[in-house]
Write a protein that binds this ligand. Structure first.
Ligand code: CTP
Ligand code: CA
Length: 224
């Protein structure tokens, strides 16, 4: 019913959204991850689809079902996500990286379950590729790139630095210290920073409402 009432403002647009955490294994049954639920990215993908876009959602492991009316691609590691996102970004008018990509992965994954043979276990981590920075380097003419910034201090300063360094059009700054913000919550508290220096502070809202407001904002940016 909602779809029928939603103006098809993204008709003819290809939208790519990433969501969820990544899992970085160090043996067949253990991995490094973070508490991302995928809700923010799924809400953005579903809202873009409602507005008539052709949507690809690339998500790490979550308990959420595939949203209706779009294509969901399920991946596990950051390197898997990079491969899929890179390919799909070639054609996308708009890319929103809402995924909580693991910055590091274990250097090696043991082929068998690690036994507790020793008193200590050291796992060496190596850097994962920065998927969004890679997209920023290869930004297509007219393509809109949107990132998230998860911070516990110096929110605006750190988010602005990421916006510039990754060549983004918009960054959604997430203050993880605010009640009702961040990872597992159904709500979020964000500041939206654009490449022209504009800062918009949103109150605590449901992730669905944040998705609507962000897409409104992105649509007005496209028209500039
Ligand atoms: N991101 C990415 N690939 C990574 C890490 C992050 O594409 N390997 C994206 C996220 O999806 C998000 C943005 O970059 O849109 C910012 O993520 P964040 O973790 O806040 O920043 P980082 O650049 O990873 O810096 P740091 O964690 O050191 O603050
Ligand atoms: Ca990070």
């Amino acid at each position: 019913a909602r779809r029928a009432l939603t103006p098809q403002t993204l008709q003819g647009k290809k939208v790519l959204v990433s969501a969820g955490p990544t899992w970085e294994p160090f043996d067949p049954v253990r991995f490094i991850t973070n508490p991302s639920s995928g809700k923010m990215g799924f809400a953005l993908a579903a809202e873009a689809a409602r507005r008539g876009a052709s949507v690809d959602l690339v998500t790490g492991p979550t308990t959420l079902p595939d949203p209706a009316g779009l294509t969901t691609h399920r991946i596990t590691t950051a390197r898997d996500m990079e491969r899929v996102v890179r390919t799909l970004a070639e054609e996308a008018h708009l890319v929103i990286m809402a995924a909580a990509v693991s910055d590091y992965r274990p250097e090696e994954a043991a082929p068998h379950k690690i036994k507790k043979d020793d008193e200590e276990l050291t796992i060496r981590l190596v850097r994962n590729p920065d998927i969004l920075a890679g997209l920023g380097k290869n930004k297509k003419p007219g393509q809109i790139l949107v990132g998230f910034a998860a911070e516990t201090e110096h929110l605006v300063r750190n988010a602005t630095e990421k916006l510039q360094r990754k060549n983004l059009d918009l960054i959604v700054a997430n203050d993880l210290t605010q009640p009702g913000a961040g990872f597992r919550s159904d709500t979020n508290v964000v500041k939206v920073l654009d490449r022209f220096g504009g800062v918009e502070e949103l109150p605590c809202l449901s992730k669905e409402e944040i998705a609507r407001r962000l897409l409104d904002r992105i649509e007005s940016l496209g028209a500039r």
